[in-house]
Design a protein around this ligand. Structure first.
Ligand SMILES: NC(=O)C1=CN([C@@H]2O[C@H](COP(=O)(O)OP(=O)(O)OC[C@H]3O[C@@H](n4cnc5c(N)ncnc54)[C@H](O)[C@@H]3O)[C@@H](O)[C@H]2O)C=CC1
Ligand SMILES: O=C([O-])CC(=O)C(=O)O
Length: 335
């Protein structure tokens, strides 16, 4: 369909997708006048549920939604895509470590990377959400050698939003007042939420977060662990992983990727680490602060990194190197 953006959501019968699809189909992500063709992929046993999701999308009577394709076949799902939001995977349950998921999920992302390579547009923008998101994204990228590495990203915007919100609540301002938070590294408990460069607008005055919060011990302690552990805390409380907030963050991420970042701010995104200036090893999907223009991201360079931050940035990189090496072993075993 000319002029239509073709968007795939995998795991489309799952709980994140249920919170996500309306926003995409109603124009909240790709634009209020952008027609959408929505492709929904899930596994065969979920096709019945998917049928219900399709019915509901139809019943929303959304003028921008030109087409809905529901399928369990990769060759149908990945055809001619402009954007791929890869949510489908095995979710973490209470007590499970993210690494436990690696083996099962590597297989899925290897196959979907190959399908992107074979069937999608070379310009396709890919967002991996399914955990472990960074490493799943790297596996997909490595299975899609004809698509630029820069087109592959993973979701750390939820962590970014959590960090912004914790600071806003602490200072007593709304979340739009907080700018330039950073999530470094892995979307896991080793991630480093960093507000050394962040500012908060208090009564019209732009203050460094450390000055506005006036509690360094909290910013270097409980603030960091609260953001790092937030996913696990939600699972403990809900017995299900974050879905509403994950869907909101997916929309924020894709909207930034599509339309660019706001002047004077940046966003956190898991992107390929090749050529970064922060001493993070290459060939990882690592979360950095990025600015985006014309659908191209650029890592924000030249930030002053103190010893406290550097140690945490390297620690989460080390975990990603271990995850990558383990995942590549699983990939070669399954080859
Ligand atoms: N990066 C992030 O910030 C976040 C990531 N997540 C992750 O997102 C993923 C999805 O979470 P939920 O929607 O809550 O899980 P869910 O279990 O409700 O839904 C997952 C769906 O994926 C489907 N699926 C499984 N294998 C598939 C395949 N090969 N192809 C297509 N679909 C497939 C399942 O059948 C199910 O319908 C999980 O891995 C979760 O850990 C969740 C929250 C935040
Ligand atoms: O840990 C999980 O599976 C859910 C998740 O990623 C999050 O809420 O950040």
């Amino acid at each position: 369909m000319t002029g239509t953006v073709k968007v795939l959501v995998t795991g489309a019968a799952g709980q994140i997708a249920y919170s996500l699809l309306y926003s995409i189909a109603s124009g909240n992500v790709f634009g209020k006048d952008q027609p959408i063709s929505l492709v929904l992929l899930d596994i065969t046993p979920m096709l019945g549920v998917l049928e219900g999701v399709v019915m509901e999308l139809q019943d929303c009577a959304l003028p921008l939604l030109k087409e809905v394709i529901a399928t369990d076949k990769e060759e149908v799902a990945f055809k001619d895509l402009d954007a791929a939001i890869l949510v489908g995977s095995m979710p973490r349950r209470e007590g499970m470590e993210r690494k436990d998921l690696l083996k099962a999920n590597v297989r899925i992302f290897k196959s979907q990377g190959a399908a992107l390579n074979k069937y999608s547009k070379k310009t396709v923008k890919v967002l991996v959400v399914g955990n472990p998101a960074n490493t799943n994204c790297l596996i997909a990228l490595k299975s899609a050698l004809t698509i630029p590495r820069e087109n592959f990203t993973c979701l750390t915007r939820l962590d970014h939003n959590r960090a912004v919100s914790q600071v806003a609540i602490r200072v007593g301002v709304d979340s739009a007042a907080v700018k330039k938070a950073i999530i470094w590294g892995n979307h896991s408990s080793t991630q480093y939420p960093d507000v050394h460069h962040a500012t908060v607008n208090v009564g019209g005055q732009e203050l460094p977060v450390f000055q506005a919060v006036k509690d360094d011990a909290w910013l270097k302690g409980d603030f960091i662990s609260t953001v790092q552990q937030r996913g696990a805390a939600v699972i403990k409380a809900r017995k299900l992983s974050s879905a509403m907030s994950a869907a909101k963050a997916i929309c924020d991420h894709m909207r930034s990727f599509w339309h660019g970042t706001a002047e004077g701010d940046w966003v956190s995104m898991g992107v390929v680490s090749d050529g970064n200036s922060y001493g993070i090893p290459a060939d990882l999907i690592y979360s950095f602060p990025v600015v985006i223009k014309n659908k191209s991201w650029k890592i924000v360079d030249g930030l002053n990194i103190n010893d406290f931050s550097r140690e945490k940035m390297l620690q989460t990189a080390k975990e990603l190197v271990e995850e990558r090496d383990m995942a590549l072993e699983f990939v070669s075993e399954s080859a």
